[in-house]
Design a protein around this ligand. Structure first.
Ligand SMILES: O=c1ccn([C@@H]2O[C@H](COP(=O)(O)O)[C@@H](O)[C@H]2O)c(=O)[nH]1
Length: 318
């Protein structure tokens, strides 16, 4: 069974890209021509929303799949439309994988061990109870909350080992109030530092050929100083780095998340890529009908921005 980080590294090398595109559709920001076409057939229903999300996401995936190794659909944007939203989520994952992309399900799951097992099976499992059909969402990786400790984490680590999947545990989130809890002092340092130590302990069971563990961490691009410190603690973990673009971070801020070997991080941007057609500087060059071209231009610019900056710091691996 191939380790998740071996697959991730191969995909990064093939695309020469560390970009992760966030597939976080918002109905009010999807181009009108997509909505109008679908509503003609389905009316203003939840089924229509699912069809709109699927059409839009497929368009984005078609535009970016040659330039990125991985995508990250955030389940909140789908869940709000009930089972139709979940259908769109599942179809989005399958289509991205069909196009050769790895998929991180951003669902930040966890619970007591027995319930966490159900989450692990649902997101990362491969065969169902009858051993006849595919199970759940079949994502390649999942974001996980480590707050419940090892018994909540173990089912996910088992899925990593059994099925070659990955997890990214929340360590230092990108939001403005991240420090309210994460910066509190404990006997072992701050809360986020303690979580990083735990991730480093939990990483051991599931290492790939490239030396990285399937147990990774979420580290926000908006906290570069903390990222630098965390890189030292979790040397063998991949970081999922959100916060580039719409949340204000740029390439300089993501560099500390990378190891000296130039690997160890994927950088997520959702709004900055998928809604590029209505954002500067792309809105002057592309119409709403050209949202795919705008997203492709934005993703290439982000890839180059990160690669050039890694190069400046002597960290570009190619
Ligand atoms: O600390 C975190 C953890 C997760 N996220 C998620 O990443 C994307 C960011 O989207 P942008 O539009 O690029 O801001 C979104 O799905 C968040 O839920 C995060 O931002 N920070």
């Amino acid at each position: 069974m191939s380790n998740f980080t071996d697959k991730l590294k191969a995909a990064i090398d093939e695309k020469e890209s560390f970009v992760c595109v966030g597939l976080d559709p918002r109905l009010n920001r999807i181009p009108d021509h997509i909505k109008e076409e679908v509503v003609k057939e389905y009316g203003k229903t939840k089924e229509a929303v699912a069809e709109i999300f699927i059409k839009f996401n497929k368009g984005i995936i078609d535009a970016v799949h040659q330039h990125v190794p991985i995508v990250k659909p955030q389940i909140a944007f789908y869940e709000q439309y009930g089972h139709q939203g979940i259908r769109a989520y599942e179809e989005t994952i399958k289509y991205a994988q069909k196009k050769g992309l790895l998929v991180i399900a951003d669902a930040k799951r966890n619970d007591i061990g027995s319930t966490a097992q159900a989450y692990a099976d649902g997101y990362l499992g491969e065969v169902d109870f009858w051993e006849e059909s595919e199970f759940g969402f079949g994502a390649d990786a999942l974001t996980v909350n480590g707050y419940l400790g090892i018994d909540g984490i173990q089912p996910f680590i088992d899925s990593c080992e059994d099925y070659g999947k990955g997890i990214f545990i929340l360590v230092r989130t990108s939001n403005p109030s991240a420090g309210d809890l994460q910066d509190l002092e404990t006997d072992n340092g701050k809360v986020y530092e303690t979580m990083a130590e735990l991730v480093n302990d939990w990483r051991i069971e599931s290492k790939g050929k490239n030396g990285y563990s399937a147990v990774g961490a979420v580290v926000g691009a908006t906290y570069p100083q903390e990222a630098e410190e965390l890189r030292e603690v979790m040397k063998e973990s991949y970081f999922l780095v959100p916060g580039y673009g719409a949340q204000g971070a740029g390439a300089k801020e993501v560099i500390p998340a990378f190891n000296e070997d130039g690997y160890g991080a994927v950088v997520n941007s959702a709004r900055g890529i998928i809604f590029a057609y209505e954002r500067k500087p792309w809105q002057e060059q592309f119409s709403a009908e050209e949202y795919q071209e705008a997203s492709q231009a934005a993703v290439k610019a982000m890839r180059n921005d990160i690669n050039e900056t890694l190069d400046e710091y002597g960290k570009l691996p190619w």
